[in-house]
Design a binder for this molecule. Sequence first.
Ligand SMILES: NC(=O)c1ccc[n+]([C@@H]2O[C@H](COP(=O)([O-])OP(=O)(O)OC[C@H]3O[C@@H](n4cnc5c(N)ncnc54)[C@H](O)[C@@H]3O)[C@@H](O)[C@H]2O)c1
Length: 339
Amino acid sequence: MSKIGIGIIGTGSIVHTYVKCLSEMEGVEIIGLCTKSVDRVEQVKTEFGLPVYSDYVSFLSLPEINLVCICNESGKHSEAIEAAAKAGKHILCEKPLEVTTDKIDRLIALCKKQEVLLGCVLQNRCSADYRLVEDAVKSGKLGKLLMGNASINWYRSKAYYSQSNWRGTIELDGGAAFINQGIHTIDLLMNLMGPADSVFANVQTRVHKIEGEDVGAALVNFGNGAIGTITAGTALVPGYPERIEVYGEKGSIIMEGGKIIAWNIQGEDAPVLDTKTSGSGAADPKAIGHQNHKIVLQDMVESIRESRNPMVDGVEARISVALINAIYQSSREKKQVQL
Ligand SMILES: NC(=O)c1ccc[n+]([C@@H]2O[C@H](COP(=O)([O-])OP(=O)(O)OC[C@H]3O[C@@H](n4cnc5c(N)ncnc54)[C@H](O)[C@@H]3O)[C@@H](O)[C@H]2O)c1
């Protein structure tokens, strides 16, 4: 396989990030884009200068496409993934892989049956700062883990929801602040702390005219005995950088806005840090940089060449959605939910 041919399904705001990343990468070629709205085809063609299709069948029958990137609405990821898997294409899907674990389980089984790779974009795992934290926690430098907290106390404007027919809906977004904005930080927290045993949560819709939550809090019991809290919102003015705190018996680390801001481990100096910031989406989704997406895309392309699983496969991508689904269930039923 000389070049990896790439097709992209969904032509909304995130596609600009893909086109930028892929234009900077060697050994890949964008074969085309696919949007299901026929009336957008000409506009998208002009915008990107690439071939644009309006139905999956003709798009996915292109033999030059090896990898399909799924960038449509979250609750429609499964219809696009199913079509791509049945066409024998490898798949890299935007977060969340889908909005429920039932749908995710079906997708994992289908991709296995079709013998295609399934990756998910949870790009914050690729930041240099996070990798230092992950290495410190997983190599036991913090000792026994005691507490892990995450806050994604963000703000989104009224227009962010009113100009979209899917954001904040249960069917297509799965909820709102936890599953759309919070998922990146929740994924990092879960990767550091390990599986959760149970959760008790309260999520509410207080400000925005949406079905999903714009503020919420959860108390998590992790399987290793540690406890933790997660708060998330999109109505929290002005929107603060997301934060993760991990406390162990030998020290603690805090990240804010994707950067390490505190590193206190007994007997160890803090690492020398790159001061560049990858951008937080605290108040504006467009502030998020493209570098971490590029690392995810590079890993996916290499995983195809090397016939190995991508960095975040379906099973890994399921973990944060399972916790978020449990948070919603706990809030609905007003009781602790076991995972
Ligand atoms: N990894 C990240 O940081 C990140 C950031 C943003 C979005 N995402 C994910 O990417 C996916 C898509 O999000 P998005 O922000 O690109 O959504 P979007 O609303 O911009 O686009 C979603 C869909 O709507 C269609 N669409 C957009 N504008 C349209 C118009 N004017 N007329 C008709 N159709 C139109 C697009 O074809 C696309 O399929 C979601 O799953 C989201 O969670 C991930």
